[in-house]
Design a protein around this ligand. Structure first.
Ligand code: DQA
Length: 148
C-alpha cells in the first residue's frame, strides 16, 4: 500500500519559519519521522513539497497509484479551488493536516476549501498532525480495501 504526502507552499522553510507557530522541526526531520511510522505501519510513502499550485494539482491528478493522500495545503487551504477540484476529480481518500490550529488563528485561516472534499482534518498538533494524519490515511485505506 502506497500513501502520498504533499507539503504545500513555504513548508520547505519549517524550522526557520515562525517557529512559535510552526515549531522547530524542519521538513526533513518531519519526513524522517513519517518514514519511521510508515515502516511500523508497513506502508510505502512518496513525499513531495511544492510552492506552486499547478504543480500540486498535477501531483494530485497523477495520484492513481496511491491508496490515500495526506496533504498540508498550507496557504492554498484558504484559496485554492483548483486543489479542491483536483481532489474531488480523482476521488482520492484525503486527510488534510495543519501544524497549527487554523481555527484559533486569524479569521481568514478559519475557512478551508479543502475540508469539504477531505475525509477529515487534523489541525493544531504541530509535527504530530502529520503522524496522526498518516495513521488516519492508512486506516481509511485499509477500511476501503477490506470493503472492496
Ligand atoms: C498551515 C496553516 C496555514 O494557514 C498556513 O498558511 C501555512 C501552514 C499549518 O500547517 O498550520 O502555511 O497549513
Amino acid at each position: 500500500m502506497k500513501i502520498l504526502i504533499i507539503h504545500g507552499p513555504n513548508l520547505n522553510l519549517l524550522g526557520r519559519r515562525e517557529a512559535d507557530i510552526y515549531g522547530t522541526k524542519n521538513l526533513d526531520e518531519i519526513d524522517e519521522m513519517l518514514g519511521q511510522l510508515a515502516k511500523e505501519l508497513k506502508v510505502e510513502l512518496d513525499i513531495k513539497q511544492s510552492n506552486h499550485e499547478g504543480e500540486i494539482v498535477d501531483m494530485i491528478q497523477n495520484s492513481k497509484q496511491y491508496a490515500a493522500l495526506v496533504i498540508n495545503p498550507a496557504a492554498y487551504t484558504h484559496t485554492s479551488v483548483a486543489i479542491r477540484d483536483a481532489i474531488a476529480a480523482v476521488e482520492i481518500s484525503t486527510v488534510e493536516v495543519h501544524l497549527s490550529n487554523i481555527h484559533r488563528r486569524e479569521e481568514f485561516r478559519h475557512k478551508s476549501l479543502i475540508a469539504p472534499v477531505a475525509h477529515g482534518q487534523i489541525s493544531g498538533f504541530g509535527y504530530e498532525s502529520y503522524l496522526l494524519g498518516l495513521r488516519a490515511a492508512v486506516s481509511i485505506a485499509n477500511a476501503k480495501k477490506s470493503a472492496s
